[in-house]
Design a protein around this ligand. Structure first.
Ligand code: CA
Ligand code: CA
Length: 158
């Protein structure tokens, strides 16, 4: 294994990404001693990637990586309001930080992806706001603000 091969991953938004970096950023562990030489396929939802690599024992081996936490922007192992916060603080930027779906823009679609993968954690579940209502609230802001209060015409009681 003399040649240092590195697999890259093409994404619409962020272009060429180092596959290993991408996987690590998406919560894949135990990659330290692996050399990923190629990525051969990705599932339709983008969560499962397969390819070839060299395992820690120095032998060629196929690998499957499951990105079970797309949306975990801050990589703390949970998908929650803190990830929404990261997305909002990078709103309108091109990523990669906050660009959950890697389409090159940090916007509502990334919020949507986060909400659809929302993690409900045991005891704190009660205090975590529902993602759907969060998004609804965000979407509802504009129309609400544009709604002007109608003046009531006071009729002269004659
Ligand atoms: Ca997180
Ligand atoms: Ca995006």
């Amino acid at each position: 294994m003399s040649s240092e091969e590195t697999a890259f991953l093409w994404t619409n938004g962020s272009g060429l990404l180092n596959l290993k970096d991408y996987l690590v950023a998406n919560g894949v562990t135990n990659l330290t001693d692996w050399t990923l030489t190629s990525a051969n396929g990705v599932s339709a939802d983008g969560r499962t990637l397969v390819g070839n690599g060299i395992n820690p024992a120095g032998q060629g081996e196929g690998w499957i990586a499951s990105l079970f936490l797309p949306g975990d922007v801050n990589t703390d192992g949970a998908i929650n309001i803190f990830d929404i916060n990261v997305v909002s603080s990078h709103w309108g930027e091109t990523g990669p930080t906050g660009d959950v779906n890697f389409d090159g823009e940090v916007n509502i679609f990334d919020i949507n992806l986060i909400s659809s993968n929302w993690t409900v954690e045991g005891s704190s579940a009660a205090t975590v706001p529902e993602p759907s209502s969060l998004v609804l609230a965000a979407c509802g802001l504009l129309p609400l603000a544009m709604m002007t209060r109608r003046h009531r015409t006071v009729r002269d009681p004659h």
